[in-house]
Design a protein around this ligand. Structure first.
Ligand SMILES: C[S@@+](CC[C@H](N)C(=O)[O-])C[C@H]1O[C@@H](n2cnc3c(N)ncnc32)[C@H](O)[C@@H]1O
Length: 216
């Protein structure tokens, strides 16, 4: 055992001490559920983790791939510096509309832009416009993760932090993927990132695993 097991009790201890309950985020989750949109957002402590990274690196411009209804976006945008902006890309319009509503309720409308588009296409457009970001969070279709990593590198500068969710795949990353295309893609992404010389990186066991890279 390399670290203490995260029992329900220990997990709740962390949340009780470090992740205060938010009425607004709870309302967002309730509405997401009521609309039959899958509750596949990041966990509360992952939200706090992303928020803290943005604060630590004094991120101003952030890019998120996979908005859903704005749960992670609220954490990221809240961590950006004064005048900062999060561009968050989502392919389903209805998801984006709910996100916009909750960004507004959080007072983050001026700090957020929801783009409805297939993500890879939009990342390529940003690259062609020579855009770059201080912080990038990838949390969409897993089979595109290797492509998202390449595009994220194109949208980075030295010091950019790139993060990927679900990199443990509920602990299944150590298993034979069989015909599970998502698992196969996550395993490949872990291999590609960990061997890439342009970044320094670590897979951090928070939530379903966040791989964190800093561009050299
Ligand atoms: C896991 S959810 C994102 C959760 C969100 N980051 C959060 O924690 O609140 C994945 C989202 O990515 C969107 N998505 C999937 N494939 C996409 C693609 N190719 N382009 C843009 N969005 C995509 C899905 O519609 C879904 O809303």
């Amino acid at each position: 055992m390399k670290s203490p097991p995260l029992s329900e009790e220990v997990y709740n201890y962390i949340l009780d001490h470090y992740v205060p309950d938010s009425v607004l985020l709870n309302e967002l989750l309730k509405e997401t559920e009521t609309l039959n949109i899958p509750l596949i957002q990041i966990s509360p402590e992952q939200g706090k983790f992303l928020y803290l990274i943005c604060k630590m690196i004094k991120a101003k411009n952030a890019l998120e791939i996979g908005t859903l209804t704005g749960y992670s976006g609220i954490h990221i945008a809240s961590g950006l510096t004064e005048g900062g902006k999060l561009i968050t890309v989502e392919k389903i319009k209805d998801h984006g509309e709910i996100a916009k509503k909750y960004f507004a309720k959080s007072g983050l409308s001026g700090k957020t832009e929801v783009v409805i588009s297939p993500a890879l296409e939009y990342m390529k457009k940003l690259t062609s416009e020579n855009k770059n970001f201080d912080f990038i969070f990838i949390d969409a279709d897993k089979t595109s993760y290797p492509d998202y990593f390449n595009e994220a590198l194109n949208l980075s500068h030295s010091g950019t932090v790139i993060t990927f969710d679900n990199m443990l795949k509920d602990g299944r990353v150590v298993l034979d993927p069989g015909d599970d295309a998502d698992l196969k893609a996550v395993q490949l992404t872990n291999k590609i990132i960990s061997q890439n010389q342009a970044v320094e990186s670590l897979l951090i066991p928070v939530g379903d695993g966040i791989t964190l890279c800093v561009v050299k």
